[in-house]
Structures are given as C-alpha cells and as structure tokens.
Design a protein around this ligand. Structure first.
Ligand code: 13P
Length: 348
C-alpha cells in the first residue's frame, strides 16, 4: 500500500465535509445554471431570444431571485464564470443572493471538451486551475464542477479515454480540495445511441472518492427501442453506483441528461425508493430538467418573469420531493414537463 501524503489538514477536511453536507441536506439538490455562453445561446435561440449579456443576466437573475419557497429545495447553484461576477438589480453580487437563500455557490471550472487524439474527447482546463480555484474561493465559490464526456459505441469508451479522463478528474479534485473547494466530478455518459440498460450500466469504475459525483442515471440510449420501467432504471442506476462510487462520497447529484422534466423527477424518486443499500445522498443537479418550463414560459419577455419563476419553483419543489422518494406527479405538469430535452452530442 503506497503511503498517502496527508495533503489536507483536519480543519480543511472539516470545511470540505461541511460544505458538501450543506449542498445535499435532505430535500436539497443543485440548480445547474452554468451553461457556457455557447450552450446558453442554444437555449435562448430555442425561445427566439438573442444571446446578449443583458438577456443572460435577466434570465439568471429570474432563477436566482425566485421566492423563498425554493430555499429548502436548492442546496447549491452552479454558475458560469460570467454569472459569478454579475450583480442583481439591488446591487448584491449573485453569490450573495444565493447565500442569502441558504445555497452554496458553485462554479464550472472546466473549459469544455476538446478532441483527444485517438479517442472521442477529453476535457481541458487544468492549466492555471490552482490560481483560478483560489480566486473563485475568494469570490464566494465553495464548490466546483468538472464535466467530462464519454460515449457508448462499438469501440467507445476506449481504455485511453477512460484513463485520461480519470486522471484529469483526480488532478482536478485534488487541486480543488487544496483550495477549500468541494469538487463535483461529472463523468457524463451521453445518451446518444441504441444501447440498452445493461450496456449503459457497464460504466468504468474510475471515480475517485471523497467528493461529489454528478453522473447521469443509467438509462437506455436515446435510439433504443426497448422500454424500461422507472424501477428498472432505478435498480440499474443504484447497482452501477454501488459498484463504482465509494461510500465516503457524501452525495451523488444526477444530471438530467436529456430526460424530460417529468421523467427526471419520476426516475429520481424511483432511485430514492430503490430497495438497495444507498450510502450516499441521491439528488439532482439539473439544468435542462429544472429550466425547460421556466425558459419556455419566460420566452424572453420581461412581463413573463413571475410566471417563469413559478415554473422554476414548481420544478424545484417536485425534485425536492423526488430526492426524498416522496414525489407523486401532481397532474398539473409544467409548460415543458413531458418534452424530451435530448440534444444530440450534447455540449455544455
Ligand atoms: P442537464 O441536467 O441538462 O443534463 O445538465 C446538467 C449538467 O450539469 C450538465 O453538465
């Protein structure tokens, strides 16, 4: 057994543990509002709205200032660099707005997916990461996210892609922790393809411990013709996690990965009801499945702000129940509740 150099003091470990448990306190999950400028462009385009800083600011402010009914549901909000430094109309920086509602501030620190010769992609952004983490900590962020992408195909994910991404994720987690930032690792397996549940559950056992994981649920590929029940999806997901994620990880915060809002809530609920031992908090870190209805109702119009906030609040309340296994569909779905949110070869 190699000797592990003690990189963190007991005080540093306690700080990280406290932050993590705050984010996944019972009934809480994460709003992923960290779409890069390129990704938010596509969301705004879908509602015929121009991708200007003003519109991005208006929309993010709408989400972040939704009334206090969201407070018991949202343990953390992940922001993109630009949003971390924006202010609400009352002059408060957005991180302060999030904290005033009991949320922890997160920041996307990867710089997007780049081609890795001989594989299907790797994530860039380790350059200068210690300095960026130190600065983000000073500027109010207490957790971070790093997204890497793996694809299921005849020859993917390759051993090289798995190894490289695992290495990058491990380096990233260590750098974050040394700067007082709880790292979320996001090994996203894209839903593109016709693979079934079994193939999707054969995920690589490469998650290092002591931080958060933001995987996708084990679901059949978008083009798979076989149907699986929510209970089967839940069983496959929890089984795969039990084989790969150490019990020391405080929480697993699923991304929605192209599921509709309703599917994402029902599946999360089924996962929490799954009758297997689950040593971690199992909750949400949704972008599309927490925002689709709000975005649609807002439609880029100032006068729709309140109605859009209601949609977001309803989604947050629903998923707060789901992450406790207490959700039953209300029969009054949101504006985009059952729409598929699948995006081919999704970038973020
Ligand atoms: P989706 O919920 O839209 O999959 O996104 C969550 C996320 O954090 C992707 O990086």
């Amino acid at each position: 057994m190699p000797y592990q150099y003690p990189a963190l003091t007991p005080e540093q470990k306690k700080e990280l543990s406290d932050i993590a448990h705050c984010i996944v306190a019972p009934g809480k999950g994460i709003l992923a509002a960290d779409e890069s400028t390129g990704s938010i462009a596509k969301r705004l385009q879908s509602i015929g709205t121009e991708n200007t800083e003003e519109n991005r600011h208006f929309y993010r402010q709408l989400l972040l200032t939704a009334d206090d009914r969201v407070n018991p549901c949202i343990g953390g909000v992940i922001l993109f660099h630009e949003t971390l430094y924006q202010k609400a109309d009352d002059g408060r920086p957005f991180p302060q707005v999030i904290k005033s509602k009991g949320g922890v501030v997160g920041i996307k620190v990867d710089k997007g997916v780049v081609p890795l010769a001989g594989t299907n992609g790797e994530t860039q952004g380790l350059d200068g990461l210690p300095e960026r983490c130190a600065q983000y900590k000073k500027d109010g962020a207490d957790f971070a996210k790093w997204r890497c992408v793996l694809k299921i195909g005849e020859h993917t994910p390759s051993a090289l892609a798995i190894m490289e991404n695992a290495n990058v994720l491990a380096r990233y987690t260590s750098i974050c922790q040394q700067n007082g930032i709880v790292p979320i690792v996001e090994p996203e397996i894209l839903p593109d393809g016709d693979h079934d549940l079994k193939r999707c559950s054969e995920r690589p056992p490469h998650l290092p411990g002591r931080h958060f994981a933001e995987p996708n649920m084990v679901t059949p590929g978008h083009a798979c013709t076989q149907k699986f029940s929510h209970e089967e999806i839940a069983m496959a997901t929890v089984t795969a996690l039990r084989r790969t994620v150490p019990p020391a990880v405080p929480g697993i915060t699923f991304l929605s990965g192209g599921q509709s809002e309703e599917e994402a809530s029902i599946n999360l609920n089924a996962i929490n009801k799954c009758p297997l031992l689950k040593p971690w908090a199992l909750t949400f870190s949704y972008s599309r499945a927490l925002q689709a209805s709000a975005l649609k109702v807002w439609g880029g119009k100032k006068e729709n702000k309140k109605a859009a906030q209601e949609e977001y609040i309803n989604g947050a309340l629903a998923n707060s129940l789901s992450c406790q296994g207490k959700y039953t569909p209300s029969g009054q779905p949101g504006a985009a509740a059952s729409e598929s949110l699948f995006i081919s070869n999704h970038a973020y």
